[in-house]
Ligand binder design. Structure first.
Ligand SMILES: CC(C)(COP(=O)(O)OP(=O)(O)OC[C@H]1O[C@@H](n2cnc3c(N)ncnc32)[C@H](O)[C@@H]1OP(=O)(O)O)[C@@H](O)C(=O)NCCC(=O)NCCS
Length: 230
């Protein structure tokens, strides 16, 4: 599967999941957070950021030249716009984070978007054993999930990705409200060695999906998790 198709696939799966799990009890609402360093500002995305974010996603994930036109960027932007609107009406928490260069100089990224990260929730890809009324049961709780982390090529290896994930962890902790088993998870293409090294360096560990793979649509991926309160 080419990366572009994969992106659409992940998004479609996300939308499907939104429909299926819209009954889930709301997790604590997101409070806006922002961090500034001398070079970059990290904050929640605004509507005006979406064209730049779409271009960054297209340039990163669309390796096929045919898909690198403005129509594709518009399509991605519309998807982002739709999810941003839906965020306001769904009980499931969702956040779009961006990093912008503090002086808007030194990045070739369009509209000053140096990085983007999408944070939502999904059912855990593995069953978790819990004691309930004295009986051990297996559940797949709704947990925070990272998608579409991208740092513009000109700003890589400057700890921007690291800071985006730290911010996502901070937000995810608020959503999960101290639950000791809670973890943040994500999936990476098995051949995306750079991203795998990046996440493992940040303390994410590979999940054993040998008992759950049948339920997952994307078995060509490696799933990684990081406990939030351990
Ligand atoms: C993966 C990605 C987000 C990393 O962002 P970044 O801002 O460059 O990463 P950081 O500077 O925060 O890296 C922190 C550490 O992670 C590791 N790391 C980061 N990128 C790496 C790479 N390509 N190869 C190996 N290790 C890497 C390093 O140990 C690095 O520390 P160091 O620079 O001191 O050695 C970025 O390369 C990217 O956007 N890639 C394309 C999109 C993508 O694959 N996204 C992930 C989809 S799941």
């Amino acid at each position: 599967m080419v990366q572009g198709q994969l992106l659409v696939h992940v998004w479609s799966f996300w939308m499907l999941r939104q429909a299926i799990f819209s009954h889930v009890t709301p997790i604590a609402a997101l409070s806006p957070s922002s961090i500034s360093s001398s070079q970059f500002t990290y904050r929640m995305a605004k509507n005006a950021d979406l064209p730049g974010v779409a271009q960054l996603l297209r340039d990163t994930f669309e390796s096929d030249d045919q898909n690198r036109d403005s129509t594709k960027a518009k399509e991605i932007e519309q998807g982002l716009q739709r999810r941003m609107t839906e965020m306001k009406s769904t009980p499931l928490p969702h956040a779009f984070l961006v990093a912008t260069p503090s002086d808007l100089v030194g990045t070739k990224s369009p509209d000053g978007i140096a990085a983007f990260l999408e944070l939502g929730t999904m059912p855990s890809p593995i069953s978790i054993e819990k004691e309930w009324n004295g009986v051990n049961v297996f559940t797949r709780p709704e947990l925070p999930y990272v998608a579409n982390l991208v740092v513009s090529e000109s700003t890589r290896r400057q700890k921007v990705g690291y800071t985006m994930v730290q911010l996502a962890i901070k937000i995810a902790k608020k959503w999960c409200d101290g639950s000791s088993d809670a973890f943040l998870f994500l999936s990476v293409d098995h051949d995306n060695q750079g991203a795998l090294s990046f996440y493992e360096r940040l303390g994410f560990e590979r999940m054993d999906l040998s008992t759950s793979q049948k339920a997952l649509p994307t078995i060509s991926k490696v799933y990684l998790k990081k406990f939030l309160f351990r």
